[in-house]
Design a protein around this ligand. Structure first.
Ligand code: RIB
Length: 297
């Protein structure tokens, strides 16, 4: 399983708080830590732990955080041959509440030095991959370059459209698997998402725009999937959430691995849900994944 991730690398600055702070309010945190993050890096770390050979296309800062983030990726056996160094390392200011909910503010930093040219320079890693995985924490034009290169070479594209932004139909038509959460689904479609019916209708409109398959992550409600031929709901793994940061990333990484293992879509979602369920029981976005997590293998 060869995967290429084109995406973000962050340092997460995490505050444990009783609840997510309200506008105009000042509250005390009960804990503080820095850890490795970035949606791209989190997804890559998940895939590598699940047995994939991962190549990363990204950028870290010319600073101590950048060196540490590179070492972290290499410790997970991820190739950093296509990770450049410029500016300051991206970071994320994260509040994690007592119920495990999070709120995140991004500082793009070096992630915005990932240019279409740097993506094209990694062409070999993209065209040789079994799947290319992307998110939206690097400039959109670089995401477009990655999707076009993969699509021209018949490499499946998994796009996690986070943070949410509107995408063109021509781009969506080149995406094989799109994995929005409810908020992202609303932004992508301009539809109000508040019922099961509205989720189904929004996914159908994305299929009409050319996406091959949509998998909507619904937190503790599980996931909904459709490719126009088969569709359904998959329950989430029941756990006590300590920190939901990185759950979506673990889901995306495991879903990609499951599909590369030729699991059915439903089984790959079930697998991804088990992995994400494990991640929320631990603090931090990148957690160790036990090898015996999925008895279905
Ligand atoms: O999805 C969680 C991630 O979002 C965090 O690790 C943070 O860095 C932001 O990219």
């Amino acid at each position: 399983m060869k995967m290429t991730v084109i995406g973000s690398i962050n340092i997460d600055v995490v505050y444990d708080v009783p609840y997510i702070v309200k506008p105009g309010e000042t509250i005390h945190s009960t804990g503080y830590q820095t850890s490795f993050g970035g949606k791209g890096a989190n997804q890559a770390v998940t895939m590598s732990q699940l047995g994939a050979q991962v190549d990363f296309v990204g950028c870290v800062g010319q600073d101590d955080f950048g060196k540490r983030a590179l070492t972290n990726l290499r410790d997970y056996h991820i190739s950093t041959q296509h990770v450049s160094e410029a500016g300051v390392t991206g970071n994320a200011l994260i509040q994690v509440s007592e119920t495990g909910e999070n709120a995140i503010v991004l500082m793009n930093g070096a992630n915005y030095h990932v240019t279409p040219d740097s993506v094209k320079e990694a062409k070999d890693a993209i065209v040789d991959a079994d799947a290319v995985v992307m998110q939206l924490e690097i400039p959109l034009e670089s995401v477009v370059a990655g999707i076009e290169l993969a699509a021209e070479n018949n490499v499946p594209v998994i796009l996690n459209p986070a943070p949410a932004q509107k995408l063109s139909n021509s781009l969506l038509a080149k995406v094989d698997i799109l994995t929005p959460n409810e908020t992202e689904l609303a932004t992508l479609t301009g539809m109000e998402i508040n019922t099961k019916e509205s989720i189904i209708a929004a996914c159908d409109s994305l299929l009409e725009q050319g996406v091959t398959c949509v998998v909507v992550t619904l937190g503790e409600q599980g996931a909904y999937f459709t490719d126009g031929k088969e569709s359904g709901w998959v329950a989430a793994t029941k756990v006590k959430a300590l920190d939901t940061t990185g759950a979506g990333d673990a889901f995306n990484g495991a879903l990609t691995v499951g599909l590369c293992k030729k699991y059915s879509l439903r089984k790959a979602i079930d697998y991804a849900s088990k992995v994400a369920g494990h991640v929320v029981t631990q603090k931090g976005a990148q957690v160790k994944i036990p090898t015996d997590l999925y008895p279905g293998e």
